[in-house]
Design a protein around this ligand. Structure first.
Ligand code: NAD
Length: 254
């Protein structure tokens, strides 16, 4: 394993691994989006230092929990709406256009891979998407504005107008089942690639954090880019403990 204490050598080595690879699968976490203004969970000042997560069962059972959850989401709307793809997103979109990346696996919920140019079908969202909402019962889709208008009018979070079940951002909360199709596709791509790049994830949220090792065991080279160490660094062929924008900036094309 090359510890990239020499940052430039690390980026150079990353370039070589990218050039040699036929199928690259990136796996992204909140760290790829921090330069766009969206905070991550675990860094100092991250979302968890401010708010306790609301588990799925509590959301479904308790109107107050739903109201609180939606208040938090609306409070973040300015940040999500203003965010534009960062250098990390744009570098991956460049490799996608070049045919090197078939699909990105992401834990993020911010829609920024799609906004950088990935077709929606080529973004495997393990934890869903916060830029729209779904009924937890019949899965009817709602836009956030629909929820906001009713919340403002009635003073509490609305239920589904089709089946009456609660409406939640289209994300996977703690205690909620992982999306089966996305998990299957992510496993398939992890085992099909010859280069797997984990970018901006603390690699502690399971089962998503299992994919880097799954790829490694299936024979892929593993790169980890994160500004702090992860528990999986020892398994990687290249580890770059540096800012993602700085590291991937050189790979942004036109
Ligand atoms: P995490 O907060 O656990 O880890 C993010 C990692 O990125 C940290 O180790 C941090 O040190 C690193 N990092 C932050 N900014 C960086 C930068 N500029 N350069 C290099 N490294 C940087 O996030 P996670 O592993 O993705 O898991 C937490 C869950 O958080 C995810 O499942 C996701 O659903 C949710 N989440 C998503 C968003 C988003 O969509 N943007 C934001 C916050 C949380």
């Amino acid at each position: 394993m090359l510890k990239a204490s020499d940052f430039h050598r690390g980026v150079e080595r990353l370039g070589e691994l990218i050039a040699e690879a036929r199928v690259i699968v990136p796996f992204t976490g909140a760290g790829i989006s921090t330069e766009t203004g969206i905070p991550d969970f675990r860094s100092p000042g991250g979302l968890w230092s401010r708010n306790r997560p609301i588990p799925f069962d509590e959301f479904v059972a308790d109107q107050d929990a739903r109201d609180e959850s939606w208040r938090r989401r609306f409070a973040m709307e300015e940040v999500f709406a203003a965010a534009r793809p960062g250098r990390g997103h744009r570098a991956l979109a460049t490799l996608y256009r070049a045919g090197k990346i078939p699909t990105v696996i992401t834990q993020n919920i911010d829609n920024l891979h799609q906004r950088s140019g990935f077709a929606a079908d080529d973004v495997i969202e393990l934890h869903g998407n916060t830029t729209y909402a779904r009924c937890v019962g019949c899965e009817a889709r709602y836009e956030l504005q629909w929820v906001k208008t009713r919340f403002d009018q009635e003073g509490y979070a609305p239920d589904c107008s089709v089946c009456g079940a609660p409406v939640k951002t289209a994300t996977i909360s703690f205690g909620q089942a992982m999306p089966a199709d996305e998990m299957r596709r992510a496993a398939e791509m992890s085992q099909r690639c010859d280069l797997f790049i984990a970018i901006g994830s603390s690699l502690v949220v399971w089962p998503a954090a299992g994919f880097p090792l799954m790829a490694k065991r299936a024979g892929a080279r593993l790169v980890i880019i994160n500004n702090e160490p992860t528990e999986q660094d020892e398994h990687a062929d290249l580890v770059i403990h540096q800012d993602i924008g700085e590291t991937l900036g050189p790979f942004v094309g036109n």
